[in-house]
Design a protein around this ligand. Structure first.
Ligand code: NAP
Length: 286
């Protein structure tokens, strides 16, 4: 596996901090320079040992052989614009990201990054509802999947280089086209978050504090997720997310009609279909 004397991490939050630390622990990266818009997160990432030095975005990438973006997806364009001058003369530098959506990120990279064919999008399917460097854990990616999403023009050697990084931190890599990624993740990740936000908000408007059990806590854990990160995911993947929300509205409407009609058999059928759907997506029996 290729080793890097110097790497830059742009965005020193939960995912960036976890990846940086894991790459250092695996001996892949020797020295890591961090950059972040939040001074607090940047200083904290250094205090926790995720990065060795701190700098501005362009400066961090100045001598790096690897540049990792771990910012909210809609910040990609601005970050690539800042990186452009320092990466224009060095087409061999691998640039990768960790973003939860891929089509718009790829578009931003193609618009602003010199030699965009050296950029390889990646999305680790790991994380929590927490954010910031204090929530980072070097073991976060062990045994988890990382979706690697090259575009048609992406260089094959860079794709392999990126996949090797994720494998080195314990993830199982799977290749996906950016659009197929966004369409699938709209259902298995973005829709559950949209539903949890809506559910927690609707229930929160009712005067029932202290009366909930596991049901409310289990279905709304992810409603505690970061507003900026999720604002960006919903806006960047608006088309597929809206289609997924439509599907959920349809299913909720079906349940609502069955209840209104007093149709017990229909309610049972719907719940049984839910069991099957859950088992199918999770890939294991209930
Ligand atoms: P996070 O903990 O909030 O970290 C993101 C960091 O980027 C924050 O310090 C943020 O600063 C900084 N930032 C925002 N805009 C910036 C800019 N223009 N330039 C430089 N720094 C900027 O978020 P995260 O959970 O690590 O997520 C990072 C990326 O990973 C996102 O693209 C997300 O979609 C993806 N991801 C997240 C998860 C998850 O479970 N959370 C899982 C897989 C992938 P501020 O605090 O000032 O905004």
């Amino acid at each position: 596996v290729k080793k890097y004397a110097r790497a830059a991490l742009i965005g020193t939050g939960m995912i960036g901090g976890s990846f940086a630390r894991a790459l250092k622990d695996a001996g892949i990266v020797e020295r890591l320079v961090g950059a972040d818009r939040s001074r607090t997160n940047l200083e904290r990432a250094r205090a926790l040992g995720f990065v060795d030095e701190t700098a501005g975005v362009a400066e961090a990438a100045g001598q790096a052989e690897l540049v990792i973006l771990a910012v909210p997806v809609r910040a990609t364009l601005e970050v690539c614009e800042a990186l452009a001058p320092v990466l224009a003369a060095r087409p061999e530098v691998l640039v990768t990201d960790c973003g939860s959506t891929k089509v718009e990120v790829q578009r931003a990279v193609e618009a602003a990054l010199p030699f965009p064919e050296r950029f390889v999008g990646a999305h680790p399917i790991a994380g929590t509802e927490k954010s910031g460097p204090d929530a980072a854990q070097p073991q976060l990616f062990r045994g988890r999947r990382c979706l690697v999403t090259p575009a048609l023009a992406t260089r094959g050697d860079k794709v392999a280089e990126c996949a090797a990084l994720w494998q080195a931190v314990g993830a199982e890599t799977k290749y996906m086209d950016p659009l197929a990624h966004d369409q699938a993740l709209a259902y298995v990740s973005h829709l559950p978050h949209a539903a949890a936000f809506a559910l927690a908000q609707a229930v929160g408007a009712v005067d029932a504090a202290g009366l909930s059990g596991g049901g409310f806590a289990d279905t709304t854990r992810i409603a505690a997720s970061d507003p900026v990160m999720w604002r960006d995911v919903f806006l960047a993947n608006a088309g597929p997310v809206l289609a997924a929300i439509d599907k959920l509205e349809g299913a909720l409407g079906e349940l609502s009609r069955a209840i209104a009609a007093g149709d017990g058999a229909a309610i049972e059928r719907l719940i049984l279909r839910a069991h099957e759907g859950r088992a199918k997506i999770l890939g294991n029996p209930r």
